[in-house]
Design a protein around this ligand. Structure first.
Ligand code: ATP
Length: 287
């Protein structure tokens, strides 16, 4: 695998002098092409700031970001971002199809090709039939699918997602997580997701980067050895999932990597053993 993203010694400070606030502190990591990595960390630790530095939206105070070897110093053409707040990122006066086509207008892509790409992207997210509607005619989950389609239409080398499912209900969240994994697998897209949801970070990813409290630094870089085919119920009940989730939770509560791995593994095994000992409860008969 080749390296798609390289973040090297990135720090970001807001303000200067006595009022300076360091949000991100000397972070380094790489993401391989085709990988789905997630960044999980406590609220306010600097996740969004890091993502903005990676996207070229905010220049890093120190360090460098490179996308397939090219230094990022502005938003690269082949990078797309999906934000949490779909209602503010879609244009209410444009149809769904036009919203998806919109970013392609600034590239030398013919009108016919723009239409074709938008239709393909909408089909990919299961919204082939709603191109003529307006965003406000769709549910929240559908609007976030449109945002994902818009990002995919530009065929990005790297897709960044900042708390992308935080504003939808639990069922829709599951559907969108599965959609994201399908996009990665079918299109080979490299994806970096920022989330504060521990379960989501484990379920979604090939790898979880755990950040410390502010200013963010990397506490652990965990490989997720779950099967590629995941299921929202069975995967979340598996020993591997429960162990990893426990490990991430302990790291976020200040545990060292060794303590967190050992305690999570012991706790998950104990829970499974207790579960298998439990007597099945006989359902009450209904009249
Ligand atoms: N434009 C800004 N000017 C000054 N400080 C900022 C600015 N944006 C963020 N910060 C501060 O930087 C720190 C990190 O913020 P950031 O939004 O990156 O964290 P986060 O981990 O994404 O938070 P959350 O999970 O709550 O969304 C916070 O203390 C925040 O108050």
């Amino acid at each position: 695998m080749s390296t798609m993203l390289e973040v090297s010694g990135v720090s970001h400070r807001y303000g200067s002098g006595a009022k300076a606030h360091t949000a991100v502190n000397n972070l380094s990591f790489t993401v391989e092409a085709g990988q789905l990595a997630s960044i999980v960390g406590p609220s306010g630790c600097g996740k969004s700031t890091l993502l903005r530095c990676v996207a070229g939206l905010t220049p890093a105070t120190e360090g460098t970001v490179s996308l397939h070897g090219d230094r990022v110093d502005g938003v690269p053409d082949d990078l797309a971002v999906v934000f949490q707040d779909y209602s503010r990122s879609l244009f209410p006066w444009l149809s769904v199809q036009k919203n998806v086509e919109f970013p392609l207008r600034w590239r030398s892509i013919s009108r016919g090709e723009r239409r074709k790409r938008a239709a393909e992207a909408l089909e990919h997210v299961g919204l082939a039939d709603v191109g003529g509607k307006y965003p406000w005619q769709l549910s929240g989950g559908m609007q976030q699918r449109v945002s994902i389609a818009r990002a995919l239409a530009s065929r990005p080398s790297l897709l960044l997602m900042d708390e992308p499912f935080a504003s939808v209900d639990a069922q829709t969240r599951f559907e969108l997580e599965d959609l994201t994994r399908r996009v990665q697998r079918e299109q080979g897209t490299t994806i970096l997701v920022v989330t504060h949801d521990i379960d989501e970070s484990v379920y979604l990813s090939d790898r979880v980067l755990v950040l410390s409290k502010s200013p963010a630094s990397i506490v652990a870089d965990l490989r997720v050895d779950l099967p590629a085919d995941r299921d929202q119920i069975a995967t979340r009940e598996s020993l591997e999932f429960v162990t990893l989730r426990g490990e991430v939770a302990r790291l976020l509560h200040g545990g060292t990597p060794d303590e967190a791995a050992k305690a999570a593994s012991d706790a998950a095994e104990w829970a499974l053993a207790e579960q298998s000992k439990a007597q099945p409860v006989r359902p009450r008969s209904r009249r």
